[in-house]
Ligand binder design. Structure first.
Ligand code: BGC
Length: 341
């Protein structure tokens, strides 16, 4: 009880300090180089069919990453009273423990973004229930465990509905985690073009995220889930000086917003689809460029994704895809913004 009171008092102090003139909301987040994991793995439903094993956390750490962004599709593991299945929660505990044991930070990302963007009222109920149950569970976790309120709000959540929902869900988290890093991003699938519509509460521990898949007709050529216009595309290339300049200019927009709003930044997803015949050299060139543009501006990043599609790790070969690993870790960035990485 006393602990709860202290937590609430600490939050009230933090919130008022953030609102005070000159108080900084810029901090060094312990998330530099990361990769998205476990979003579409049978681990959550039929554990024996899992592709991701605990040893992969060690592979990720040893390669040079310092965190994972864990994509949680939790709504389908709730009962009719929106209580999370204790078995699912225990599996999440295992993920957190094993990643930490391997020396990795974690961003716990609620990834029911399509459900949420279809029915805002239902989302509000389930997202609130999710954070009411998950946030207290990790209230004493180290600072390199962060919460991401919701992946890629879009459609029905565009505009004010997202600003209203994120403030309310953040307040739920803050009841038990007054200073934990909370990751939050703009609408239209975390698009940098919507940054000006995003209203962040006066909270000093928010990490701004955006996702970058531009040009979409390159990164999503041949993808079946991303609209008619990209489904049939093949053979689109990327890498001209103009392509690099466009990327640099986009990332500059994010930097300008971050410096005006004094927020640290995480590029939470980027990459190019691997099953459309796009040569791996093309995908690696794009990946290295985005990673380096992020690093040059001091943004942390998380590649989409470890395995499944856009793969960095080849499960069958039991090895990294060498060109993607090179692009993400081994290749030095050097140079100035907009230059070829
Ligand atoms: C989605 C994935 C998708 C990826 C790239 C992620 O946020 O969860 O289903 O493959 O974005 O489009």
């Amino acid at each position: 009880m006393m602990w709860k009171f202290l937590a609430a008092a600490a939050f009230a102090l933090a919130a008022s300090t953030a609102g005070a003139k000159g108080a900084s909301t810029m901090f060094e987040a312990p998330f530099h180089r990361g990769v998205n994991v476990l979003g579409y793995d049978p681990y959550w439903t039929h554990t024996t069919d899992r592709r991701f094993e605990w040893r992969h956390f060690t592979e990720i750490r040893t390669a040079g990453f310092d965190f994972v962004r864990v994509n949680l599709q939790a709504f389908s593991h709730m009962d009719e009273r929106n209580q999370l299945d204790p078995v699912w929660l225990a599996k999440l505990d295992d993920v957190v423990r094993e990643a930490q044991k391997a020396g990795l930070g974690l961003i716990l990302d609620e990834h029911d973004f399509n459900k949420c963007s279809t029915d805002v009222a239902a989302c509000r109920t389930q997202l609130t229930a999710f954070w009411q149950q998950v946030a207290p569970r990790y209230a004493t976790a180290p600072r390199n465990v962060a919460f991401e309120l919701l992946n890629e709000p879009h459609d029905a959540l565009n505009g004010e509905p997202w600003n209203a929902l994120l403030a309310d869900v953040l307040a739920v988290v803050r009841k038990t985690n007054p200073t934990r890093i909370v990751v939050v991003g703009p609408t239209h699938w975390n698009s940098l073009n919507d940054l000006s519509d995003l209203k962040l509460p006066a909270d000093p521990n928010l990490l701004l995220t955006y996702h970058y898949y531009e040009p979409f007709h390159f990164t999503h050529q041949g993808a079946t889930w991303a609209g008619e216009e990209v489904k049939g595309l093949h053979g689109i290339t990327w890498g001209t000086a103009a392509d690099h300049a466009a990327m640099a200019s986009d990332f500059d927009k994010v930097r300008a917003w971050a410096s005006a709003n004094q927020r640290p930044v995480l590029l939470g997803e980027f990459g190019a689809f691997d099953r459309s015949g796009t040569p791996v050299e093309q995908r690696a060139g794009y990946t290295a460029a985005a990673r380096c543009e992020a690093e040059r501006r001091g943004f942390g990043w998380a590649y989409w994704q470890f395995e499944g599609d856009f793969i960095a790790w080849d499960v069958k070969a039991n090895a990294w895809v060498p060109q993607i690993r090179q692009a993400l870790i081994d290749q030095p960035c050097g140079g100035k913004k907009g230059e070829r990485g």
